[in-house]
Design a protein. Structure first.
Length: 286
C-alpha cells in the first residue's frame, strides 16, 4: 500500500539564553493545531557567541522564521538581510520571517500591545500614556503607541539615560510629544493621564507581590491601567488599580497579540487568537 502523506513539518521557534521557561511554544503549537497546520515550534537554547551559527542553521534547515528573546533581540540585527521600519526605529527584533533567501527582522511586541488595546475597544488617538520603565518592552510599546496616534507619552524610569534616550527617539521620529520623569520615590500619576502602563519586570513570577513605585492613591477611576507582565496575568499592580476603580488590561493580551502577528507573518493565515490565549491561561493558572 502506498503512503502519500508528507512527514516534513515547517519549522519556526525561538532562540534565547536562558530559554527553557519561554512559554511561546504552548501558544504557537495550540495555534498550529487549531489551524490544522503541519508546523512545529522549537524552543532552542543559543549562547550569545553562537548566534551567528544558529542563524546559519536556521537558513540551512530552511526554517520559516524565528523569535528572539533575551539576549539576542539587538545582536541578531547584524545577521539579517533586511529590517522592517518599526524594527529599525525600535532597534530590536523579536520576530524573523524568511522571505525566499532573505531573512527579514520585525518587532511585534509593541504591535501586540496596540492590538490588545484595540481588542479592548481603546483608540489611542489623542491619548496621554505614562510608561513605567524604559527597557526593550517599553521602547517597543511606546514607539508603536506613538505611531498609532498617542498624543503625549511620559516615560518614567529609575535610570535617566535609558529614559532620556527613549524620549529623544519618540520626539525625533514619531508624531507624539514625549517627556521624561526620573523615578524618585513614589510616582504620582498626573491628572490627565489616560493610560498607565507597567512596562518594568516588576511583578513577574515568582516575585508576584512586588509593586512598581507608584502612589497607588493617585490612580483615578478614569485611568486604564495596563501591565506588561503575562505571568501571572492578574498582577498585584492590576489588582491594586482595580481596587481604586481603574479599568485594567493584562499582559497576556499583549503576549497573545504579538504571537498572533508573528503567526500570520509566518503562515499567511489569520491567527486562532482564542485558542492561543486559552493555551496560556491553562499554564499560567495559579
Ligand atoms: P529590560 O530589562 O529591557 O527593562 C526592564 C525595565 O524595568 C527597565 O526600565 C528597568 O529600569 C525597569 N526595572 C526593573 N526592575 C526595576 C525596579 N526594581 N524598580 C524600578 N524599575 C525597574 O526588560 P524588557 O523591557 O525586555 O522586559 C520587561 C518585562 O516585560 C519583562 O518582565 C518581560 O517578561 C515583559 N515582556 C512582556 C511581553 C508581553 O508580550 N506581555 C513582551 C516583552 C516583555 P532601568 O532602566 O532603570 O534598569
Amino acid at each position: 500500500m502506498s503512503d502519500t502523506r508528507s512527514y516534513k513539518a515547517e519549522l519556526v521557534g525561538v532562540f534565547g539564553y536562558p530559554v527553557a521557561e519561554n512559554p511561546t511554544i504552548v501558544m504557537q503549537e495550540a495555534a498550529f493545531a487549531a489551524a490544522d497546520l503541519h508546523w512545529r515550534y522549537l524552543t532552542i537554547e543559543v549562547l550569545p557567541e553562537q548566534l551567528a551559527d544558529a542563524i546559519q542553521g536556521l537558513r540551512a534547515f530552511n526554517m520559516r522564521g524565528i523569535n528572539l528573546t533575551i539576549p539576542h533581540k539587538v545582536a541578531v540585527i547584524a545577521h539579517l538581510d533586511e529590517l522592517a521600519p518599526e524594527a529599525t526605529l525600535i532597534g530590536a527584533v523579536n520576530t524573523v520571517v524568511r522571505d525566499g533567501e532573505r531573512l527579514v527582522g520585525h518587532n511585534t511586541d509593541g504591535k501586540g500591545f496596540v492590538r490588545s488595546l484595540q481588542d479592548a475597544g481603546v483608540d489611542l488617538a489623542g491619548k496621554h500614556l505614562v510608561f513605567l520603565g524604559a527597557g526593550g518592552a517599553a521602547r517597543a510599546m511606546a514607539v508603536e503607541s506613538a505611531l498609532a496616534g498617542a498624543a503625549q507619552i511620559t516615560i518614567v524610569n529609575r535610570s535617566a539615560s535609558r529614559g532620556e534616550t527613549l524620549v529623544e527617539l519618540l520626539n525625533e521620529r514619531t508624531p507624539a510629544a514625549a517627556r521624561f520623569t526620573l523615578l524618585d520615590g513614589k510616582y504620582a500619576v498626573p491628572d490627565g493621564t489616560d493610560i498607565l502602563v507597567n512596562a518594568t519586570s516588576i511583578g513577574l513570577f515568582p516575585a508576584v507581590d512586588d509593586l512598581p513605585d507608584v502612589d497607588l492613591d493617585s490612580i483615578k477611576p478614569g485611568v486604564l491601567v495596563c501591565d506588561v507582565i503575562p505571568n501571572p496575568p492578574y498582577t498585584a499592580f492590576l489588582q491594586a488599580a482595580a481596587a481604586r476603580g481603574a479599568s485594567t488590561l493584562d499582559g497576556l493580551g499583549m503576549l497573545v497579540g504579538q504571537g498572533a502577528i508573528a503567526f500570520t507573518m509566518w503562515t499567511g493565515r489569520d491567527a486562532p487568537v482564542a485558542a492561543m490565549r486559552r493555551s496560556l491561561e491553562e499554564i499560567f493558572r495559579p
